[in-house]
Design a protein around this ligand. Structure first.
Ligand SMILES: Nc1ncnc2c1ncn2[C@@H]1O[C@H](COP(=O)(O)OP(=O)(O)OP(=O)(O)O)[C@@H](O)[C@H]1O
Ligand SMILES: [Mg+2]
Ligand SMILES: [Zn+2]
Length: 517
């Protein structure tokens, strides 16, 4: 009997685990037996591996071959084990030296022609391998740039199985390795592409709307959720789309975290492996619950919009038009900063910490002026109530916009600050927050948990007077109070105050209470 071993990675959501792939060749009835893979994946992998080996000019070992993937209990989906299966099998057949592949981690799908096809989720897979002490990983060439983002990992790109075999045998590579990197992702109905917003958007494009601009600044500085209500054409969409221009680039560890999600989703752009800017996602109001929170029955679990917007912005334009179930599904990720999707094979978890921005017209007829509204009495209220109380309760900053006046539209040009100027203030405020939160896991004010907020970050009694009074009147709930405190800290950080004063708390209270009767 001859034995050989190599490794690969199994991925559930963005969590990876190193899997041992062992091949044994024994006398007995010729055939390939795969152990430790689910049935459907099993037969597909067997066919691909067999064809790829044949088309790479190698002989198929005409003996009894067993390849086992362990731990066997671990859920294994998709086709990422193909290369490891082929290599372990060929090592057991002594086509390549067994020691050449023992310490490698091999990730990739095989085409029938022997090409290494790129897979989704390379970044989290390689991150997991690195965390579990692996040092060298072989990936499809098209995934190499993404794999190289992982510090301390040696990445060996391979285009074809033949090329990889040459490498492992210390032979010169085959001439003319095809340049085509085989990049064609499976079309999965749930995949949402990264949405492009034009790069030249600037806050200076917005005239007037001083309060809305300030709310955007506070949201960017503290990560607070935002709700714009107002008649058509008053600039809700325009304002929301400019929020990303105020946010600082992602810090290196966060950038990796965000990229890992987009790697699984297949939404990374070729040639741009690392996402460094906060993502902006604006799903259409017809979006299903599954596309919002993730799931899917495809080969790979798809993260939903809430995860694709992780560390960035999830913008729901025309929010009341979304179906109730889709909106309700937002509550759990809003509360916990992650989504859990339960599957037959177990639970998958995707990070989902985003800034929620909602925009809504006051009524379904969308009349520009209230006087022109043709909606039946009660209709306006009903429309607004589609955004359920618990959801609106989680929004820190609520604004009722009115259209900018003609004078503002005409003359405000020179007063309107540019995104660059505001982004600099946001950055300073964030630095102040980070200094204060040093030694804690939180980076911005919106992340501070309630109990901690009340224990360590309560403003002076004088500053709290207005809020206390609102509490007593019943105009403010305990949860509302926490939200106000967080925003008050962000307003103070923007103003350079050591702690929130009466004006900072008052400002937060106003922004929280608007839009409620
Ligand atoms: N304050 C403003 N400054 C500059 N342009 C504005 C302003 N408000 C509105 N506009 C102009 O009006 C257009 C419509 O704005 P926008 O689409 O953002 O409105 P909206 O509130 O989202 O409307 P709807 O409810 O119909 O979606 C903008 O593209 C812009 O040209
Ligand atoms: Mg709009
Ligand atoms: Zn109406």
């Amino acid at each position: 009997m001859t034995l050989a071993k190599t490794r690969s990675v199994s991925l559930v959501g963005v969590d990876g685990c190193v899997v041992d792939v062992e091949a044994a060749i024994t006398s007995g009835v010729p055939g390939l037996h795969l152990v430790g893979l689910p049935d459907t994946a099993l037969s597909e992998a067997r066919d691909r591996v067999r064809a790829a080996i044949f088309n790479s000019g190698e002989d198929w070992p005409n003996r009894h071959v067993t390849v086992s993937l362990c731990p066997a209990s671990m859920p294994k989906k998709g086709s990422t084990f193909d290369v490891a299966i082929a290599i372990s099998l060929l090592a057991a057949a002594e086509v390549i030296p067994a020691r050449a592949c023992a310490d490698l981690v091999l990730i990739g799908e095989l085409g029938l022609d022997g090409r290494l096809r790129p897979i989704q989720g390379v970044l989290p897979a390689v991150l997991a391998a690195a965390n579990q002490g692996c040092r060298t990983v072989v990936v499809p060439r098209a995934n190499a740039a993404e794999a190289e983002l992982v510090p301390g990992m040696k990445v060996v790109p391979a285009s074809t199985l033949r090329g990889l075999l040459c490498l492992l045998r210390d032979e010169p590579p085959p001439v003319e390795e095809d340049e085509d990197d085989g990049r064609s992702f499976p079309a999965d109905g749930l995949a949402i592409r990264q949405q492009d917003i034009p790069l030249d958007l600037d806050l200076a494009d917005v005239r007037g709307q001083a309060e809305a601009r300030q709310a955007l600044e506070i949201s960017a500085a503290g990560g607070h959720h935002l709700f714009f209500a107002g008649p058509p054409g008053c600039g809700k969409t325009m304002l929301a789309e400019r929020l990303p221009t105020l946010m600082p680039p992602l810090e290196p560890d966060i950038a990796l975290e965000v990229t890992a999600i987009h790697s699984v989703a297949g939404t990374l752009r070729p040639g741009q492996p690392l996402i460094t800017q906060p993502p902006f996602y604006a799903p259409h109001h017809t979006a299903s619950r599954a596309s919002m929170v993730g799931g899917g029955s495809g080969r790979v679990l798809q993260p939903g919009a809430v995860s694709l917007a992780h560390r960035g912005i999830l913008f729901l334009d025309e929010a009341p038009e979304f179906c109730g179930g889709t909106l309700d599904a937002l509550r759990q990720p809003l509360e916990e900063g992650e989504v859990r999707i339960s599957r037959i094979e177990g639970m998958a978890c995707f990070p989902a910490r985003f800034t929620l921005v909602l925009a809504a017209n006051p009524c379904p007829c969308a009349a520009a002026k209230q006087i022109d509204c043709s909606c039946a009495p009660g209709m306006r209220r009903k429309y607004a109530s589609r955004l359920s109380g618990p959801l609106i309760d989680r929004i820190d900053l609520k604004l009722e916009l009115t259209p900018a006046s003609r004078a503002e539209l005409r003359y405000d040009l020179e007063f309107a600050e540019s995104s660059k100027v505001v982004a600099e203030r946001v950055l300073l405020a964030r630095e102040r927050t980070v200094r204060r939160l040093a030694g804690t896991p939180w980076r911005c004010n919106s992340e501070i948990p309630g109990p901690e907020l009340r224990r360590r970050f309560t403003p002076s009694a004088e500053a709290m007077e207005g809020a206390d009074e609102a509490l007593q009147r019943g105009a403010l709930s305990a949860r509302g109070l926490d939200r106000i405190l967080r925003v008050a800290w962000t307003i103070a950080d923007l103003a350079g105050h050591d702690e929130p004063g009466p004006d900072d708390v008052g400002g937060a209270l106003t922004l929280w209470s608007a839009g409620r009767q």
